[in-house]
Design a protein around this ligand. Structure first.
Ligand code: NAD
Length: 337
């Protein structure tokens, strides 16, 4: 039995506690949170778990091998750093840290201590994203032209970070995973409507070169909950709608082509293809269970996690570029006022 300590049991932490508790190979022995009420809630659900407001009690427990961190973003780095220093394997919720520099330090520390470091890019463990990756790799969509992603809802407003830091890690991690490359440039737009210092709507444009682009749109100010991604290829188009309970992926045999040869503009006609729509079967299962189980496999079999520190760093690098773009625009707007 691998003993696990979980730091942070607000909204997301209890899901981590439940999944580690349900696994036959792991046991949650300690949970820490600054909030006594949250700890009392956890004790009700798991009477044998020791709880504390001091995360140090987890970090200094020699029987705990794995530490999972589900606290606010600005605490990730310091908690993960200390846990690695104490020789623990560390799972950190997304995003890995608050900057790429911090991510590099964690990667280095994990290497030095020969411990696993993994970040919670949960969507890479969903059956839907796995299926999309399989479809793209098979060549069924042809050359990928662009990806368009929307992650919109009303709230939940965060006080310390903007909508990009809250929602973009998911779509950035999915897009980098599907395209297997990092963007050559990142642009972003955003606006602050409710809190004047925090963007509540934003878009990111990722340019991968060779005419391949991705657009990501995020909002805490949308009446509808939208979780949609469109992948447009030269042969077919795919729509992934994560809100759908069952039929999450649709492959459209649609496309458009210019004529191969033409002598005059009058001869230039596009040919449109309107073919079948295929809904591939995807398996169910809780992605977090797959994710945490993978982390334990990596520890037991000395494997590199799919979403290791390097993967966390790649996502953070894009987020930092987007953030600096927002800041530059804000400065320009102030100058213009
Ligand atoms: N993978 C996913 O799909 C997913 C979904 C939601 C949230 N998250 C991530 O989970 C993390 C937590 O998000 P949340 O929505 O649960 O936030 P939350 O605010 O609901 O919970 C955070 C908890 O951490 C506690 N805390 C804060 N500082 C602490 C410290 N130093 N030591 C111990 N406890 C501390 C708070 O008291 C609170 O109970 C974030 O990184 C977020 O991005 C991931």
């Amino acid at each position: 039995m691998i003993k696990v300590g979980v730091i942070g049991c607000g909204y997301w932490g209890p899901n981590i506690i439940r999944n580690f508790s349900q696994m036959s190979r792991t046991e949650v022995s300690r949970v820490a949170d600054l909030d006594q009420e949250r700890l009392a809630h956890i004790r009700k659900l798991y009477p044998f778990v020791q709880t504390s407001t001091m995360s140090q009690e987890i970090l200094s427990d020699p029987y705990i091998q794995v530490v999972a961190i589900a606290t606010p973003i600005n605490t990730h780095f310091e908690l993960a750093r200390q846990a690695l220093e104490q020789g623990k394997h560390v799972f950190v919720e997304k995003p890995l840290a608050s900057s790429s520099q911090q991510a590099r330090e964690l990667i280095q520390q994990a290497r030095k201590q020969e411990r696993k470091l993994m970040v919670g890019h949960t969507f890479l463990y969903t059956s839907a994203v796995r299926k999309i990756k399989e479809i793209i790799k098979s060549g069924e969509l042809g050359d990928i032209y662009y990806i368009n992603a929307q992650r919109l809802n009303l709230g939940l407003f965060q006080k310390d970070y903007n909508v990009i830091w809250d929602l973009a890690p998911h779509d950035i991690s999915i897009v980098l995973h599907l395209l297997e490359q990092n963007p050559v440039s990142v642009q972003s737009f955003g606006a602050c409507h409710i809190n004047p210092a925090i963007e509540d709507v934003a878009t990111l444009s990722l340019d991968f070169g060779n005419n391949l682009i991705a657009f990501l749109q995020m909002s805490w100010l949308d009446p509808d909950k939208v979780r949609k991604m469109t992948v447009v290829g030269s042969e077919k188009m795919l729509v992934y709608d994560d809100i759908q309970p069952a039929e999450k992926i649709r492959i459209y045999d649609k496309g458009v082509q210019g004529p191969k040869y033409y002598d005059s503009f009058a001869e230039f006609h596009y040919s449109y293809k309107y073919g079948d729509i295929l809904i591939p079967k995807i398996d169910g299962g809780e992605p977090l269970q797959t994710e945490l189980s993978h982390f334990i496999d990596c520890i037991e079999q000395d494997l590199t996690p799919l979403t290791d520190g390097e993967n966390g760093l790649q996502v953070l690098t894009v987020m930092e570029q987007a953030q600096s773009c927002l800041q530059n625009r804000r400065a320009q707007n102030k100058e213009a006022e």
